[in-house]
Write a protein that binds this ligand. Structure first.
Ligand code: T5A
Length: 232
């Protein structure tokens, strides 16, 4: 069966001027399981006949992947949080123009592993960049391309960090992973605050459970919010 990619409810209706596809984002702290759940959700949607584009931030377009390397290697850290926020916004603008908007325009569903909520949290709420600056950069970078649905995978910091460390093995932690536990705790609270502020856009999922249970919770959240039948 081919799913109807058009908006199903007023609550999640895509603005009239926006391209016709659906835009889903995953957010959460380090090691929450975003990449794993993104891949599974995409596969499940594809089995329904939906064209799905999986992407990520920072990155998601050739130009933005170059900026990703600069940011995660710590190459921009010395310039301070505002410079990093500007680089995230520049990468996002290219990602939106080159990858997300074209996919939505042809009716595809786009699933992005992180998007602007990560900037609101990492550079804004728990960084030193003022909220109005973050909002202005966001407006420039995304224009009208805003998520229809955001899945927040919530895990206590110790669990997420342990998973990220196990997956990383001998590799060093990146620019943002290496920060202190209390910073990661603040990020978790900031994500939850964003979800409380926009309950129609966010689905918050307890991601401490086993992968299959979390994947089912994601599927249920997507189906119920976007009006897809849950059963294959
Ligand atoms: N950033 C990003 C900003 O500061 N501002 C921004 O605007 C943006 C967009 C990106 C970094 O950039 C920052 C945030 C980040 O610090 P990244 O390398 O893309 O860094 O990494 P993250 O997005 O942080 O993602 P991670 O790779 O750390 O983790 P994921 O994707 O959440 O988790 P995943 O799926 O890779 O799983 C991690 C491990 O846990 C296991 C997996 O098998 C894997 O080994 N796992 C589970 N184990 C047990 N139970 C479960 N339910 C599990 N789910 C997954």
């Amino acid at each position: 069966m081919t799913a109807d990619p058009r908006p199903a409810t007023d609550e999640t209706a895509t603005p009239a001027q926006r391209p016709p596809g659906r835009f889903l984002t995953f957010e959460g702290g380090e090691g929450a399981g975003k990449s794993s759940r993104v891949a599974e959700l995409a596969e499940r949607l594809r089995r329904r006949g939906v064209e799905v584009v999986v992407t990520r931030e920072p990155g998601g377009s050739p130009g933005a992947e170059v900026v990703r390397h600069v940011l995660l290697s710590g190459g921009a850290e010395a310039f301070g949080p505002l410079a990093e926020a500007i680089l995230f916004a520049a990468a996002r603008a290219d990602h939106v123009d080159q990858t997300i908007r074209p996919a939505l325009t042809r009716g595809a569903w786009v699933i992005s592993d992180r998007f602007y909520d990560s900037t609101r949290v990492y550079q804004g709420a728990t960084g030193d960049v003022p909220g109005d600056t973050v909002a202005a950069l966001e407006e420039i970078a995304v224009d009208d391309v805003r998520p229809d649905l955001t899945i927040l995978l919530d895990v206590p910091v110790e669990i997420g960090m342990a998973r990220a460390a196990a997956r990383r093995g001998a590799d060093v932690a990146d620019r943002f992973e290496k920060e202190e536990k209390n910073v990661h705790e603040s990020r978790r609270r900031a994500f939850l605050a964003l979800a409380r502020a926009e309950p129609k856009r966010f689905v918050v999922i307890d991601a401490t459970r086993d992968p299959a249970t979390v994947a089912d919770a994601v599927w249920y959240g997507v189906c119920s919010r976007l009006g897809l039948p849950e059963k294959d």
